[in-house]
Design a binder for this molecule. Sequence first.
Ligand SMILES: [Fe+2]
Length: 248
Amino acid sequence: MLLNFFKSKKNKEPQPLFYSTDIHSHVLPGIDDGSPNTDVSIELLKAMKSWGIESIVATPHIAEENFENTPQTIKNAYDKLNTRMLDLGVEMNVLYSAEYRIDDRFRKMLEENNILVMPNNYLLIENSFVQPPIDLKNIIYELQLRDIKPILAHPERYGYYQRKREVYETLFHSGCEFQINLLSLTGYYGDREKETALWLANKGYVSFVGSDLHHFGHVEVINRFLSSKEYPAIAERLAHSIKNDQLL
Ligand SMILES: [Fe+2]
């Protein structure tokens, strides 16, 4: 009986992911809390390939409090990974940018025009999980002045916004685009994150979905999601409204 219950929640085969360009992951080796080395990076890339991902923009953390990466440390990690990919014949279009925490270091880098943007001048930014930056609207404006298009990473994960959803509206209408996490759609972070991600999708506020892949634990969760009964409807809901596959 119990076995039948689990069977009924699963499809037989995993379905392909509903996008083929991923814009948020921590697969560059050894520079943040994602992949620790090139071997793990290669395995993570293979998992992404198995979902149907063909291109990625890797986005290691740049944050004053823990990951003081620079364009150079990121390029070095990319070069290492690229060399191993060529050695092993792993084919994947890998580009790189970063996930910028809005902090004083970021404000300084912005002032110095020392920012590693994505194709089409997009930039992935993230808030602290503890409190929102007091000047986010100003940062968005400063980026726009420089012709840079901000994408706020995982807005559904910030507790202080979940409780004040009108902020999503204000940010969206000020020109900040939103990237929700694939993992949020699985319920991995909790019911509230999942519900908020789906609310944002239903409002039409979601421009991108990203894996935010850090490790094999995340791979397993996404594998299960792609085989789940609820996946096709969620994929259908988002596939035509997101811009992932128009980025490159
Ligand atoms: Fe991330």
